[in-house]
Design a protein around this ligand. Structure first.
Ligand SMILES: [Zn+2]
Length: 379
């Protein structure tokens, strides 16, 4: 992986390159970022840069022997540990057993979550783990001479899964052998042993911006630009969330929103019922995404109402739609109540309530709210 292939994270990339160029790259790094922000991708780009035989100032060459071996996760001086499960009863979990699968997983989804990974190896409801044996193995391996005479790099993806066994590694992390680098990639430092945290230098990753995610979806996943923008807006800074949204969201979300609001705003029961029927046929994830999308657009419309000159960062037709809503000058309380009603609907849909009933009830609530009334329920 090139640095240029890592989405966003410009500050972290430059910081790491600066440390390398000044000869101050610490021997133990903790790269922390929420799922889908690219911790593993960044660690792999740094590793490739270190092993690259013809590196430039800013990136690895991508075609030398060093680069090629890292790309295949097959460099003899690159060691990787990650959560795994016992391959069969009576046999301990070990990264070595799953190395082939891990290579495949990283090829397919370098931004994949631990959950995705455990699904990938059919862990079902088994908890992943990095065992005490594996920790001892890491110490032994890193104490051997490098195969190629240069650096040895140990990646630990998700040190959260070390549990207290991680204490076995303390001495190694504190005083690693010559030319040995340990990069850990965490999602939540809260779940990493303090004894490990205090011995590593932290690199914190930011959530990705909507623009960064949109760009990645369009250029890497050949997503349709407007669907990419919609998924990016809902992804909470995570590339993997955005990819999932893209998969779940079968189609453009603005179309059903238009149809729904047309029905609701003109009190057209037939249109609303048709919308409820159509939306009810889609899956719960799609319904949830649609409602989240609606909340976002309403948020923009409210800002357009309140802030003169506010320009939403939305595709043109979505911005125009939000603009039309804003022209109606609804009071902020109305937006607030609609938002609340949508939250409740999402809550119930997530808990397997009958979605058509929920969507119809929501439609009625919105219809009342925009007339400055509240729907009274006898219950
Ligand atoms: Zn290279």
């Amino acid at each position: 992986m090139h640095f240029s292939e890592v989405t966003g994270q410009a500050l972290a990339k430059q910081g790491l390159l600066n440390l390398w160029h000044s000869g101050k790259l610490p021997h133990a790094l903790m790269i922390t970022g929420k799922e889908g922000t690219g911790g593993l991708a960044l660690a792999l780009a740094l590793t490739q840069y270190i092993f690259c035989e013809q590196k430039g100032d800013q990136d690895s060459c991508g075609h030398c022997a060093g680069c090629t071996k890292v790309q295949k996760l097959a460099h003899p001086d690159l060691h990787i540990s990650f959560p795994s499960i016992p391959p069969k009863p009576g046999v301990k979990a070990s990264s070595k057993v799953y190395m082939g699968e891990f290579r495949e997983f990283v090829q397919q989804s370098p931004y994949g979550s631990t959950f995705d990974w455990l699904q990938f190896i059919n862990a079902e409801n088994k908890q992943g783990n990095i065992t005490a044996e594996e920790c001892r193995d890491i110490i032994e391996t890193l104490n051997m001479t490098a195969f190629e005479g240069g650096y040895k790099v140990q990646l630990i993806w998700r040190p959260e899964y070390l549990g207290k066994e991680g204490n076995i590694l303390l001495k190694l992390i504190e005083e690693p052998p010559q030319q040995t680098l340990i990069f850990m990639i965490a999602e939540e430092t809260e779940d990493v042993l303090n004894t490990i945290l205090s011995r590593t230098q932290q690199v914190n990753l930011l959530p990705l911006t909507v623009a960064e995610i949109t760009d990645a979806l369009v250029t890497r996943n050949q997503a349709d630009p407007r669907r990419a923008a919609q998924a990016a807006q809902l992804a909470e800074g995570s590339y993997s969330n955005a990819l999932q949204l893209l998969n779940y969201t079968g189609s453009d979300l603005l179309l059903p929103l238009r149809e729904w609001f047309n029905g609701v705003f003109t009190h057209n029961g037939i249109t609303v019922n048709k919308w409820v029927e159509d939306m009810g046929k889609t899956g719960r994830e799609q319904q949830k995404n649609f409602l989240l999308f609606t909340q976002q657009l309403l948020g923009h419309a409210l800002r357009m109402t309140l802030i003169p000159g506010y320009v939403p960062s939305l595709p043109e037709d979505e911005a125009a739609f939000a603009g039309k809503l804003a022209q109606r000058n609804f009071a902020p309380e109305i937006y607030e109540k609609i938002d609340e009603a949508i939250n409740k609907t999402i809550y119930h849909i997530e808990r397997n309530a009958h979605s058509r009933t929920q969507l119809l009830y929501l439609s009625l609530q919105v219809q009342y709210l925009i007339q400055g009334q509240e729907l009274k329920v006898f219950a």
